[in-house]
Ligand binder design. Sequence first.
Ligand code: IMP
Ligand code: MG
Length: 179
Amino acid sequence: MCDDIERVLLSEEEIAAKVKELGAQITRDYQGKNLMMVSVLKGSVVFMADLMRAIDLPCRIDFMCVSSYGSGSSSSGVVKIIKDLDIDLHNVDLLIVEDILDSGKTLHYITKLLAERGTASIRIATLLDKPERRVVPLSPDYCCFSVPDEFVVGYGLDYDEQYRNLPYIGVLKRSVYEK
Ligand code: IMP
Ligand code: MG
């Protein structure tokens, strides 16, 4: 295990099982719909790659990049679009795919922005939810795991752009970010 990880919170196997289950649920819910999945870069890429392959339906994907965090571990509240979507959203059943719902500021902003583009529906699928940290009233339509208020990395989630490639989700040692 990586030296900077205090403990493994969710193993590779636990994540894989839950993502498969969520994919099956989305497959049932989106029968006959015009599904498009939007991954919010970069944290959700690993989840997106696994989730889309667990969905047995015609589906399009796109990517959007926003920044709400600098290199620190708490939300700045400032959301900036770095890369917008390429695909038109008219009559699309949009599923926004996020790594973690923390304060909710990022998703609140993205959802409001994309709702103005003629979508038929918008739902949120998040890998992790930290409900204790919510500042904006927002709850995910689909969520794999609720996690305690600790800083986690791996399976796409970063601290200062590191640790995204860990195959599990681990709690980062405080000493790493409290220098
Ligand atoms: P929010 O706007 O506060 O909900 O922040 C959401 C974003 O903050 C996520 O997409 C992550 O990039 C980042 N984030 C929040 N908590 C964590 C964490 O524990 N580990 C890594 N990134 C986090
Ligand atoms: Mg991030």
